[in-house]
Design a protein around this ligand. Structure first.
Ligand code: SF4
Length: 733
């Protein structure tokens, strides 16, 4: 058999050779294009020397909190690998985490407070002492307090003890909003909770026992949840010869890696997820795959008088009509609904591409309802209730402040906005936040170790510790069936000038003479550990030994703290399945019937599309779309291997290119009503016709230039805070 080695194969091999540098003590000192890293800042380390040692931690870069085994020389981490047998990450680390120990030396690292100003599109920075920064920020907060203007915190990793602190701090202001980036992995679950008449939740996915997973664009095989979780499940099931092997059906316009590796890929037209979910619901109801009588009892609006019930809504979404909207054959739609009903339990999951952002409220509503029709809520292998993580008594009352959807916050209302630079793994366009700020006087304070991503739009940057420089907390990853908790013990010494976010709140509360009890970050984590020990729930997986220990068998909070301090992961016990309370399938707003009908028939974003325009679809890889801190080693791997696309590279189907006068690869100008962006054009047959896909990613040196070169700035924002589809033009330059 002939073996064809393509240029792409050779480049992948080159990428592999670069990957090897990750496991040496000298990665960024030996690569030419990393010279800048070694020339900036006094904190850049010398090549470490000394005894080799192994230390354990957890990757603090995203909520997955993967277990980390660090090989150290002279106390300095020189390579990171996964922890075998880890209950969440199963020995895996994603590429971002593999090089996370480089990030303390990022060229856009911030080690002292900065005041930022902008003139003629250029960013200017003025270094401040912490005292100077506090003296400038505190009066603005005081004004917001006395005038009743909004003070808001954007927390991209909710559920931490620090999150409770933000909520407590906000509770001291007359008008406050605690904002989350809710387009991510928990979107379907939070939507499902919102349908319930009585509070219910939190919820998780019992993937270990699921038979069919209907994914509406969730990047399940690209690091979703914890990296490799789904692959791990499929491998386990295959090894056990389980005839209920997880069937993954990926519903997505783009030919993503998950789409290519799933059992079935349904390539729908962009923006037609709502129509397909309603169409599947129509088949389930019309073919009696669901128990009508029980649904009638459980959902007030399943079938009711007045012609505005859920059944009335989906009756319009026949397979033939949905086929025309989605581009799928009607028989495929019918077969997919039947497979989900027959190969049970089945879960319908939204969440979507990390660069393209949330699917939208209506799409998630339709997907959440599908789970009720499939009877997969509160059953083994379906969507299951999960207990919340215990919280120390002193902070329990603060949990009452709910997460506000950014889109729901009044426009031009926020005087002070804090950006916690934690990663959600999902992109967030600056313009979504900008329109919430009071013009001229709105003040943004970024608590970030880097001057990248959203921090470039702030008025002040307060230098937070970089990954592995401070004790950090890992809470339950999105979608997990049971609660978990991890502490990342530091592997690196932090510069003396960095400021823990918890400490900043203490300083500001003191400056404003607020009624506030100061706690350090370590105090907060000790409170969590004490609460765990008091609850006597679950068990702890210790890293060096790779063994489980029951919390009930640990004698004191101090002993449990010692266990966490050298690396450990706590997991809760499973809770008994519990059925949903009464609910409304159309949600609590009486307007949702019309909204769903409209969104299903034609996505609002496409309603003003002009003839001949293309559709701009941003896309990205989880971890590389957020705050832009990626090791340049990783960028080099991207560049040389094609494993992930680079920033501002645009992809077009050759047939679409021909019809728009774009016959070859090369530089081009992307235009939308929001502006222009120079892109590198690639013709690629995998791209759907009429679409231009543009990567949301860091620049090749691992940094971002948020102010001038960001495709997200070109996207049209919808009223519900989505930016997935934007009419666009592409022209050669
Ligand atoms: S998935 Fe998240 S926690 Fe795990 S290695 Fe990657 S960045 Fe780190």
């Amino acid at each position: 058999m002939a073996i064809n080695i393509t240029r792409r194969d050779l480049l992948k091999l080159a990428g592999g050779s670069v990957l090897g540098f990750l496991f040496t003590p000298v990665p960024w000192k030996t690569l030419d294009d990393l010279a800048i890293w070694t020339q900036t800042g006094p904190w850049v380390p010398k090549l470490p020397q000394g005894e080799p040692a192994t230390r354990f931690s957890a990757c603090p870069l995203c909520p997955a909190a993967c277990g980390v085994r660090a090989r150290c020389l002279g106390g300095q981490p020189v390579s990171l690998t996964g922890v075998a047998g880890h209950p969440l990450s199963h020995g895996g680390l994603c590429p971002l985490g593999l090089a996370a120990h480089h990030l303390a030396y990022h060229p856009q690292r911030v080690v002292q407070p900065l005041r930022l100003t902008r003139a003629h599109g250029q960013l200017q920075t003025t270094p401040l002492t912490l005292e100077q920064a506090l003296a400038e920020i505190a009066p603005v907060l005081a004004e917001a307090k006395s005038s009743g203007e909004y003070v808001a915190v954007l927390d991209q990793q909710p559920g931490r003890m620090l999150s409770q602190r933000y909520q407590q701090f906000l509770g001291l202001f007359p008008r406050a909003a605690y904002l989350g980036n809710d387009g991510g992995e928990g979107a379907t679950l939070t939507t499902l909770q919102s349908l319930c008449e009585q509070p219910y939740g939190p919820l998780g996915l019992d993937l270990e026992n699921t038979a069919t997973l209907l994914s509406f664009g969730a990047p399940l095989l690209e690091g979703w949840g914890t990296p490799g979780h789904i692959n791990h499940l499929r491998r386990l099931q295959a090894e056990n010869g389980n005839d209920r092997r997880l069937q993954l059906i990926q519903i997505e316009a783009r030919q993503s890696r998950t789409a290519l590796q799933s059992d079935t890929w349904l390539p729908i037209k962009p923006g037609s997820e709502t129509a397909l979910a309603l169409g599947l619901a129509q088949v389930l109801i019309s073919e009696s795959w669901c128990d009508r009588r029980r649904l009638q009892q459980r959902a007030d609006d399943f079938q009711c008088d007045g012609g505005r019930s859920f059944c009335d809504l989906v009756a319009d979404f026949t397979p033939a009509r949905v086929a025309a909207i989605t581009g799928l054959h009607a028989e495929i739609i019918v077969a997919t609904a039947r497979q989900a009903a027959q190969h049970a339990p089945a879960i319908a999951l939204g969440g979507s591409d990390p660069g393209a952002g949330p699917l939208g409220t209506m799409a998630e509503l339709a997907i959440a309802s599908l789970n009720v029709l499939l009877d997969s809520v509160g059953v083994t292998g379906g969507i299951v209730p999960r207990r919340a993580l215990p919280v120390g008594e002193e902070l329990q009352s603060a949990a009452a402040l709910p997460i506000t959807n950014i889109a729901d916050l009044p426009e031009r209302s926020v005087r002070v906005l804090f950006l916690d630079a934690a990663q959600s793994g999902y992109a967030l366009p600056w313009q979504l936040l900008e329109r919430k700020l009071i013009p001229e006087t709105g003040c943004v304070i970024s608590l970030s170790p880097y001057l990248t991503g959203l921090a470039q739009h702030a008025n002040y940057v307060i230098p937070a510790p970089a990954p592995f420089e401070a004790l950090q907390e890992g809470v339950t990853p999105g979608g997990a069936a049971v609660a978990s908790f991890t502490i990342s013990p530091p592997l690196l010494a932090a510069p003396a000038t960095v400021v823990e976010p918890a400490e900043l709140l203490n300083h500001l509360a003191a400056a404003l003479a607020l009624n506030w009890t100061s706690f350090t970050a370590a105090d907060l984590l000790r409170q969590r550990v004490a609460a765990l020990q008091q609850a006597s729930r679950g068990r702890v997986f210790t890293f060096p030994e790779e063994q489980w220990q029951e919390v009930a068998a640990v004698g004191s909070a101090e002993q449990l703290w010692e266990i966490f301090a050298s690396g450990a992961c706590w997991q809760d016990e499973t809770t008994p399945a519990a059925r949903l309370p009464r609910l409304r399938l159309l949600g609590k707003s009486s307007e949702n019937f019309e909204r769903l009908r409209t969104a299903g028939a034609s996505p609002p974003a496409l309603q003003n599309q002009t003839a001949g325009s293309l559709l701009l679809l941003p896309f990205g890889w989880r971890g590389a779309v957020g705050n832009g801190q990626v090791s340049p080693v990783l960028s080099k791997i991207y560049q040389e291997s094609g494993l992930h696309e680079l920033a501002n590279h645009a992809y077009l189907n050759p047939a679409t290119g021909r019809s728009h006068g774009l016959e070859s690869d090369g530089p081009a100008l992307l235009q939308t009503p929001a502006g222009n962006l120079r892109v590198q054009l690639h013709l690629d047959r995998a791209v759907p016709p009429g679409v231009v896909q543009v990567a949301v990613a860091p620049l090749p040196n691992g940094s971002t230039n948020e102010l001038n070169e960001n495709v997200l700035a070109l996207c049209a924002l919808q009223a519900d805070g989505t930016w997935r589809l934007t009419p666009a033009q592409v022209a050669k330059v």
